[in-house]
Design a protein around this ligand. Structure first.
Ligand code: HEM
Length: 302
């Protein structure tokens, strides 16, 4: 990757992988734009020539059915627009803050708090970390969970014996299950707790979607695999530029060339803000692409 496009993402400023500051050269950027325009005029060209060369056609490898996100076909590539990132992360503790979503909410009587982190214990119980300290001490408090949008996600039945123990002032909660007749309920309870959305999944004290200020957005919104019009919040961009934690993509293959980076940036920049998906034969708009005109706009600021 040349110095012109050596990084271009403020995500680096939020990441553990610093990238050298960029020196930009507008003439070089113009030449690269012309190359990208002729090699990748449409979305389908970008997919087939850049993404598919490393992800397809071998079933069972990489992003052709083996790793999230599935990128093997133009349609599956487009389906990663606005899809959550880090969904199948091999090590959630290494996850990227901006991929963290607004967590589900634990409710116990009048106390409620966002779930930061969950951990299954060897005895089948669970250890939960909450955003807020418990207001009281209680050994057998009732519990239910709702989403950040206030929708009920899990309400254990009384006969399942699901209770929490909390200590006033502590954010640590123990959840135990005292079910008498396991049959279907025990695995169901386990699945429901496993599926809880954790606001601080990597356990570093930062609630990604809510706490991270990317320096640009007014609303605090998290990243998605491809976020329309935003390189900053497109996790895929972070992974191919090596500006977010995790191995740089395409893993074990040659990094993208500069014209390929430029095509991908202009594709992301030109996506409709309302989340509607472009047609696979839609043209990539290089003429209106700010990234292609002024790469310095995207340079890292230390
Ligand atoms: C241009 C091609 C590629 C792109 C755009 C790409 C993109 C990505 C992205 C965005 C993720 C993170 C998903 C998430 O956590 O939300 C990821 C993870 C992963 N990719 Fe790729 N990838 C590419 C090529 C490859 C290739 C060729 C391989 C294997 C040979 C590969 C193997 C993996 C693996 C094993 C993971 C999960 C492990 C990890 O997060 O480090 N990828 N890729």
């Amino acid at each position: 990757m040349s110095r012109v496009l050596a990084s271009l993402s403020l995500l680096a400023a939020l990441s553990a992988c610093p990238v050298d500051p960029v020196v930009t050269d507008i003439d070089e950027a113009r030449a690269l734009t012309a190359t990208a325009k002729s090699k990748f005029p449409r979305v389908v060209d970008l997919h087939q020539k850049i993404v598919a060369r490393s992800c397809a056609p071998n079933t069972g490898v990489c992003h052709n059915t083996n790793n999230y996100p599935e990128l093997a076909t133009p349609a599956s590539f487009l389906a990663s627009i606005n899809a959550w990132c880090n969904l199948a992360s091999p090590d959630p503790a290494q996850g990227f803050d901006l991929c963290e979503r607004a967590g589900d909410v634990l409710v116990s009587g009048s106390f409620q708090s966002e779930v930061a982190h969950t951990e299954r214990q060897p005895d089948g119980g669970w250890q939960l970390t909450l955003r807020d300290p418990a207001p009281r001490t209680d050994d057998v408090a009732p519990v239910r969970f709702k989403s950040a949008l206030n929708e009920l996600v899990f309400q254990p039945l009384p006969e399942w014996g699901v209770t929490i123990a909390m200590v006033e002032g502590s954010t640590q909660i123990s959840l135990s299950i005292a079910i008498e007749e396991p049959f279907f309920a025990e695995p169901y309870i386990d699945e429901a707790l496993t599926a809880l959305v954790q606001g601080d999944q990597n356990g570093n004290g930062v609630f990604g979607a809510a706490d991270v200020d990317d320096g640009v957005s007014e609303a605090r919104v998290g990243a998605t695999v491809i976020a329309p019009q935003s390189l900053l919040r497109s996790y895929l961009w972070g992974r191919i530029t090596g500006t977010v934690p995790g191995s740089r993509m395409p893993l074990a293959n040659q990094a993208l060339s500069d014209d390929e980076y430029l095509a991908l940036a202009c594709f992301i920049e030109g996506l409709p803000a309302n989340g509607s998906l472009p047609a696979t034969d839609a043209a990539i708009d290089y003429d209106a692409c700010a990234f292609a005109k002024e790469p310095i706009l995207f340079a890292i600021k230390d």
